[in-house]
Design a protein around this ligand. Structure first.
Ligand code: FAD
Length: 307
């Protein structure tokens, strides 16, 4: 059995593996895709002390750092189940294999919900963005849209309005769902237009970059096109925790509930990064939480009777 088994190989999982391995304990990482969301990212400019890097480069660096230690990396492995059995925790993989460990760190991350319209995938990282903290500054002085009028959409629009020249917020429904205080703030900004009851139908571009957005007015059925350079999609961040339903405490949105040590509601099981209740989902935060969960797991092990 492992001492620490990390499930997920993004920034959180890599940090957890390095911290655990440095305690000289048996450490394993099972990951569907080592590198995680970072693999889908182009420019990264907010990993402190690294002014600029690219996603694939960072993913390689994460793996190399983990490989400096005696860590059993099981890439292309998907966890489908988690169960506490006696003194151990068992993780079932899609292959049918069962991995046993004294402690487990869940770091399965999250994924942005996509609009599913033509052009969205084609222009991802070429004008279509999902994270205003990450990519907002890349659109300085340009025209952008935010899709979604929930808290994250309205927060993104307020944030972007301070950086870009103009923000169009597009909401599918007839009302914004964000907190009233955020709506009031948004409506007070001079460079924001809000369009309600509008279904985005297409992301348009010149082949290299986004140049606009098409939407249908759901009241009149009329089609419109807005010229712009950037589109931030804010219609939900989905934690990769479906396989955990019914095993440990999740929020209604599926985030794993953790305490300050990264501990979950299941004994011996810790969690870190975007799959948890941490309010901000960023690389530097995921790494910090991965380190926290590994130290939490180590503390748990030295206090438990399991040998
Ligand atoms: P993830 O990176 O999502 O990694 C999850 C890991 O778990 C992966 O290895 C995955 O394959 C694996 N996994 C999932 N389910 C299972 C399962 N059932 N079994 C086994 N393994 C599983 N943040 C920044 O700080 N700066 C940026 O500039 C930035 N830009 C971004 C740009 C884009 C396009 C995106 C999508 C995100 C960006 N982010 C950025 C956010 C950042 O990538 C995440 O906050 C960070 O990757 C979270 O790390 P994580 O380890 O928690 O999860």
């Amino acid at each position: 059995a492992f001492d620490v088994l990390v499930v997920g190989g993004g920034p959180a999982g890599a940090a957890a593996a390095v911290y655990a391995a440095r305690k000289g304990i048996r450490t394993g990482v099972a990951a569907q895709r080592f590198g995680g969301q970072v693999l889908d990212t182009m420019s990264i400019e907010n990993l402190i002390s690294v002014p600029h890097t690219e996603g694939p480069k960072l993913a390689t660096a994460l793996e190399q750092h983990v490989k400096e230690y005696d860590v059993d990396i099981m890439n292309l492995q998907t966890a489908t189940g988690l169960e506490r059995k006696g003194d151990l925790v068992e993780v079932t993989l899609e292959s049918g294999a069962v991995l046993k460990s004294k402690s487990v760190i869940l770091s399965t991350g999250a994924r942005w919900r996509q609009m599913g319209v033509p052009g969205e995938v084609e222009y991802k990282n070429k004008g279509v963005a999902y994270c205003p903290h990450c990519d907002g500054p890349l659109f300085k002085g340009k025209r952008t849209a935010v899709i979604g009028g929930g808290n994250s959409g309205v927060e993104a629009a307020i944030d972007l309005a301070g950086i870009v020249s103009h923000v169009t917020l597009i909401e599918f429904d007839t009302k914004l769902r964000a907190d009233q205080v955020l709506q009031d703030k948004l409506k007070s900004l001079p460079n924001v237009t809000i369009i309600m009851n509008a279904a985005t139908t297409e992301v348009t571009g010149d082949g290299a970059k986004v140049n606009g957005l098409a939407y249908r007015d759901r009241t009149t059925g009329e089609d419109h096109h807005i010229e712009l350079e950037g589109i931030f999609v804010q219609i939900g961040l989905l934690p990769n925790t479906d396989f955990l339903k019914g095993t440990l405490d999740l929020t209604p949105r599926g985030e794993i509930m953790i305490d300050a040590h990264g501990a979950t509601s299941m004994e011996g099981v810790f969690a870190a990064g975007d799959c948890t209740t941490t309010p901000y989902k960023q690389i530097v935060i995921a790494m910090g939480l991965g380190a926290t969960a590994a130290l939490g797991a180590f503390d748990y092990m030295i206090r438990s009777s399991v040998q």
